[in-house]
Design a protein around this ligand. Structure first.
Ligand SMILES: [Zn+2]
Length: 278
């Protein structure tokens, strides 16, 4: 299975020469099985680059199918939705799977994003592709094509986000972004269960450990939190993800060095456009 990072930046997109190596787009990750079937996690601004790469596939001809998982509906995870080209090709079948935010529905939330006061698209019904919004409950198991998925709710500031354990091709990818555990240094049991034995754990690492006290309660993790989960869950590799919009390439390099000094588990900082073969 191939895991490609199209957007790795948290909170809001960045541009500038000090962000070129890791990239400035917000979260979007593509999983592709050995026989070419795809699953996407989140539609941050990185989705626009993913869309370009898909134009040579069936999704560029209006004959494609694509399932998309949403961790939650904070803007940095859905801002690429109105600009994701496969939505504008009649004949494509695209399904969006996520948990209803507290007090509203997933469909109403995405519909609101396209309302005229935010977007000229006006509404989901104006997308040319067949788009289905499919809400699930945290804890549900999903089967999307060859991808077998376990889900769990995780604390994220004033709301919850959804974490995923995804199995395909006999490999496991666990996605734990936009999470802040009550005690980041103690491995969270639910997170460990999702990550157990994962070939790749993609984990929120927005804050350097020594800056975390200043940002406690923002809904994101210090680097040590992902290391604690990866260690307890015996993960094979750890990708640091959801980089702070303030973090320059050099600062992310330093983050990786400080993280690698804490563990023997191979780790790296996710970089836009790069991929991992697992
Ligand atoms: Zn985020």
């Amino acid at each position: 299975m191939k895991v490609r990072f199209w957007g790795v930046r948290g909170s809001f997109a960045m541009s500038g020469r000090e962000f070129l190596r890791y990239g400035g787009n917000t979260p979007c990750v593509e999983l592709q099985t050995d026989d070419g079937q795809r699953l996407v996690i989140d539609l941050g601004t990185g989705a626009t680059e993913l869309a370009k790469s898909l134009m040579g596939t069936a999704l560029g001809k209006g004959t494609g199918e694509l399932p998309i998982l949403l961790t939650h509906t904070h803007l940095d995870h859905i801002q690429g939705l109105p600009f994701f080209t496969p939505f504008f090709l009649e004949g494509n079948h695209i399904s969006i799977h996520g948990v209803d935010p507290d007090g509203t529905s997933l469909e109403a939330t995405l519909q609101n994003q396209l309302a005229p006061h935010y977007s000229p698209l006006g509404g989901l019904e104006n997308l040319s592709a067949h788009v289905s919004i499919e809400a699930f409950q945290p804890g549900d198991r999903l089967a999307l094509g060859p991808f077998k998925i376990r889900t769990a709710a995780m604390p994220h500031a004033t709301m919850r986000t959804t974490a995923f354990r995804i199995e395909a091709d006999g490999k496991v990818v666990t996605f734990l972004s936009d999470v802040e555990y009550p005690d980041p240094e103690a491995p969270d049991p639910q997170a460990v269960a999702l990550a157990m034995g994962a070939d790749l754990l993609i984990h929120d690492a927005m804050h350097p450990d020594d800056e975390y006290d200043l940002r406690r309660g923002w809904g994101h993790s210090p680097v040590c939190a992902g290391i604690a989960v990866a260690t307890a869950a015996l993960c094979k590799r750890l990708a640091l993800f959801h980089h702070s919009p303030d973090a320059t390439d050099d600062q992310i390099d330093a983050l990786v060095a400080s993280a690698q000094a804490q563990t023997s588990i191979p780790l790296f900082a996710a970089a836009e456009g790069s991929y991992v073969e697992i």
